[in-house]
Ligand binder design. Sequence first.
Ligand SMILES: [Zn+2]
Length: 704
Amino acid sequence: MRILLALGVLLTVTLQVSLPASGSTQAETTVQAAQLPWMNAAVDKLERELVAKYGESQRARAHRGLQQVSSFWRAEDGDAAAFEEFAKANFAGNQATLDSLFNRFEYNLEQLNGHMAEIGREFRTPSDLQGGPILGFDEIFAAYDPSAHVNDDFFQNKLAFIVLLNFPLTTLEQRLTEGEKWSRREWAEARLAQRFSKRIPADVNLAVAQASAETGRYIAEYNIWMHHLVDANGTRLFAPKLRLLSHWNLRDEIKADYSDAQNGLAKQRMIQQVMERIVTQTIPAVVVNNPNYDWNPFTNDVKPAAVKDSDDAGRSAPSGAALNAPEPNTRYAKLLLAFQASRKVDPYSPTAPTHIARSFDEGREIPEERMKAMLEQLLSSPLAPRVAKLIEKRIGRPLEPFDIWYNGFRQRGAYTEAQLDEIVAKKYPTPEAYKNDIPTLLVHLGFTKERAEYLANNIVVDPARGSGHALGASMRSAKTHLRTRVEKGGMNYKGFNIAVHEMGHNVEQTFSLNNIDHSLLQGVPNTAFTEALAFVFQGRDLELLGLAKPDAQSEALKTLNDFWGTYEIAGVALVDMAVWHWMYDHPNATPAELRDATVQISQDVWNKYYAPLFGKRDVVLLGIYSHMIDSFLYLPDYPIGHMIAFQIEEQMEKAGNIGAEFERMATVGSVIPDLWMKKATGAPVGPDALLKATEKALSDVGAK
Ligand SMILES: [Zn+2]
């Protein structure tokens, strides 16, 4: 399913990710020491003056606010006199002024974010919705981000400093330990301050953007021409013209090959070999994205292509070098580039002074240690060997390393895709037909008639160019959009399944913006939460068609599929995390040294958790994910997403009434994940719900 980063939900999250929050630890001067020679004296003097004017009760606030402002103030913002004038004019010394300040900022920021989101949606209309052809300039409009410079502007016109003077910056540690006792207003104040908790110079932002673009380009062009893979007999196992992008397409080919009884296994073994050579960089440079050479990935022999299956001109090997000269550690040179660029942000991020800290403390708001513990709990679960045994039984052979991508826990439903297509096409010949049915669908899901009407009135249905997506609003006066695909002959089942998922996003987006107490708390903690809520809808799509819901057996297989997917990606996430630590420990490493370290880390994680099940040691497959190179420590989001989905589904089943429960959860807002989950389900984020469901699934399919 396309994961749509709905603006309404994610503005807060996006800001936290791109301009991650820092915090002075409770009024201590651990933030960047003021570089300006006059600053310390000015701060001391102002604190005395503000206390004299507003009373002793304001001392702590004045002290904190002045420290916060001074840590971001640069020479270009003004001299000592300007600093003093600013602080005296903008310190809210009594509750009434502070309330006005808070309310005005909350309202205005909602307007700003909301209108930016509307502009973005309008500018993307030609590329997102069905209509005429997309012209070149449409793409430029679509790529334009009107909010890109808001943060800089707000520091320049000093609105950011006004926030920093009056509201507290917080650390994740504080949000974790004290957040539970905070009022909603205190949470909203914390989120308000977080928006301005970093002031990264333009050249540093540019370096990060360039590294991201360059690593992205490297990954986007890393194709393997599959017909040119040959085995020892010169046999070509893959069809002509087949060109697979690493790692996504290669992995998906492994998954698809389970249904190829004749050559599936040989193909899977060959792809594993290709992947391992990419990780170890023993892959011949000349076979990357080039159909001009045949390659045996086992012996590493390279020959000029004996067949031509493409119009791609390809390229010739440089003369003088061996045909199978390895790729010169480019993969790791790119990763180092990502690391070096990210490191440039460190000095501007005093309380999260590494990319690792920003990724966990500020992006996810789950401490790295906890994340690691959750992944390890999952990986060492006694359920893993039981699921592994079950897979061996189903495939009729011992596991091989590529079976971390086993996808055979699927069962045919009671209806064929064609039958479902027919039912759906009849019901929804046009997007309007779907739109008109939304209130009925929502009542089916357990919403009251009144709630269903209210929600339906806030959802605009548009005809999508792609498979469908949801686009939330960021201000209460705007509506959420459901983009759905309806073919000429009517909607098909796949389109319906997606529309139901996206409708889940729309409902979450409506509640978490329009029915929440503070617009500064709009949304959910991160994408995993909005996805989990959308899956609650999607999982009930057959019932919405008036058909029987999937039986216990299919539910069990689906759970086992999710468990195995989480088990796989948990190891990949641990590798990603360990590699970033290694880079911080070895900031001057060469690409070759980083390659050796990554290979070692991949093997270590494999040997600890996977080798006992797979009967083979020192496998490097966990290092193949492309996200590792171009997504800067993004991989831990995947396993955590699965865990969250199971927690929310478990709670929905416990509550029985999806309508009321959904609204209750979706109005908790963008507090930290653990607090959200405790309010929603009674427990912090963790793997227990997934493990419990897996245990039940194993017993439902009769596994030992
Ligand atoms: Zn989604």
